[in-house]
Design a binder for this molecule. Structure first.
Ligand code: LLP
Length: 446
């Protein structure tokens, strides 16, 4: 277990984040609760931006907001001078509502709808990253209808297998994303994009996967993309100047993970890319990175309150908390492992191995299998670390659990950035068919 950012154990033996004791946060805002260390998010944004600027004459870091997308987070990304990667009309709407400048938005996604493309073109987003032939035609139509020109990148599937969970690998041959390089689709896509009168092709995009620790996949992908840009130059005489290398840098969840810092990641990619460009006599492109998890993941802590316990002698002890797969589907979905501590007993010695179960009606709803913790009692607070990415953004209302609140903490102050859902919120969009009501009134008359 590692404490990250401003997290520390205070004199009372409580976990404290951003200068606020976690038991105080739980008392004030309830549990489950997502606590985000604002200073650490900002520090991560700066590490990425500074490393990009130090290594490249032209570079941009676009925060991949699918990891955690709220008004406050989009505002923070803007304050930290990042660009933004969005993948849906909903994320785009959130960004624009937060006042994020449209020109610094990259729009990704493998099946953008006509309405989403129209929304993006009307807003004049900076780049639309076209994923397939259907989208090339559709976007040309939308742009023509709105009398606009659109700057695009083409997403290429570079045939690189990243060393990560199969569900979050994306660059390999058998992938739903992008134009495949190996079978010539990518080249056809470039040729077709050049025939579109409303589209300005600026460059290429690739993304090899997520939660990646070995940098060789990035280096290989960058080289493959430079080779392809070289081939395009030979065949068309055109030199495209933008190369988006996607996101995917891994973070620490448990001692199984050995993350690389953003600075080390960019240094390695930059050194390899510069050498390769020189060797191939291709001008160094403007490079774009799209980190999500590495910006917000380590800055988040999910806080739960302990309830029931079930001991099966000789087998296992389950301790249940007041959240689970509805607020964190990652263990059930990917078998992800997490580290945690007891926020109100942070300086107690470990006393028992327990399995932290959620409260959803599924045996698979286990947050942490076999963790060594101090003796747990009802009311204790479990803090699960690295909860900042793909948890709030993937949370559901399964079992009609209300989604938790999100608070940013900094310098001893807490600010709610997402309110806890209420029970009324859960039925807000439900409707009873009108015909049933008519039948009921008829019955009442009879
Ligand atoms: N760019 C593109 C095109 C992507 O598809 C992704 C992530 C990113 C950037 C950001 O990757 P990051 O730096 O956050 O790894 N729900 C999964 C992760 C799915 C990632 C999807 N794409 C999880 O919880 O692990």
């Amino acid at each position: 277990m590692k404490l990250m950012g401003t997290a520390r154990i205070n004199g009372q033996g409580y976990l404290e984040i951003g200068g606020v004791p976690v038991p105080d946060l739980a008392a004030r805002y309830g549990t489950p609760l997502y606590v985000m260390d604002e200073e650490l998010i900002r520090a991560n944004c700066r590490s990425w931006r500074k490393a990009a600027q130090a290594n490249f004459p032209r570079a941009e870091v676009a925060y991949a907001c699918k990891a955690f997308c709220t008004l406050a987070m989009c505002r923070l990304a803007e304050e930290e001078e990042l660009a933004l990667d969005v993948v849906s009309g909903g994320e785009l709407y959130t960004a624009l509502t937060a006042g994020f400048p449209a020109g610094r938005i990259y729009f990704n996604g493998n099946n953008k709808s006509p309405a989403e493309l129209e929304q993006a073109v009307r807003a004049r987003v900076g780049r639309i990253i076209v994923d397939n032939f259907y989208e090339l035609d559709l976007l040309e139509e939308v742009a023509a209808r709105l009398h606009q020109r659109v700057s695009v990148l083409l997403r290429v599937s570079p045939g690189i297998e990243a060393h990560t969970h199969a569900y979050v690998q994306t660059g390999q041959l058998d992938s739903k994303f992008g134009f495949t390089l190996e079978n010539g689709q990518a080249l056809t896509a470039v040729e077709e994009a050049l025939t579109k009168s409303r589209l300005d092709l600026r460059g290429l995009h690739c993304h090899i996967g997520s939660q990646i620790f070995a940098l060789d996949g990035y280096v290989k992908a960058a080289q493959v993309m430079i080779d392809f840009l070289g081939e395009v130059r030979r065949l068309t005489g055109l030199t495209f100047e933008e190369l988006d290398l996607g996101g995917g840098l891994g973070v620490y969840y448990s001692d199984d993970d050995a993350p690389v810092s953003p600075a080390a990641c960019i240094d390695t990619i930059a050194a390899a890319l510069k050498a390769y460009c020189q060797e191939k006599r291709f001008p160094l492109p403007k490079v774009i990175f799209e980190p999500g998890r590495s910006i917000v993941g380590p800055a988040g802590t999910a806080v739960y309150r302990v309830g029931a316990r079930k001991e099966i002698p000789g087998v296992r002890t389950y301790v249940a908390v007041d959240g689970g797969m509805a607020d964190n589907p990652r263990p059930a979905l990917y078998g992800s492992r997490y580290s945690a501590l007891v926020a109100n007993k942070a300086n107690h010695l470990p006393a028992e191995v327990v399995t932290i179960a959620g409260k959803c009606c599924e045996s698979g709803d286990v947050l942490i299998q076999d963790i060594n913790l101090p003796r747990l009692e009802p009311g204790d607070l479990i803090a699960v670390f690295t909860a900042g990415a793909y948890q709030y953004s993937m949370a559901s209302n399964y079992n009609r659990l209300a989604r938790p609140a999100v608070v940013f903490v900094r310098d001893g102050r807490a600010s709610v950035v997402v309110q806890r859902e209420s029970l009324a919120d859960l039925v807000r969009n439900d409707r009873i068919p009108a015909a049933w009501r008519e039948q009921e009134s008829l019955r009442a008359v009879r």
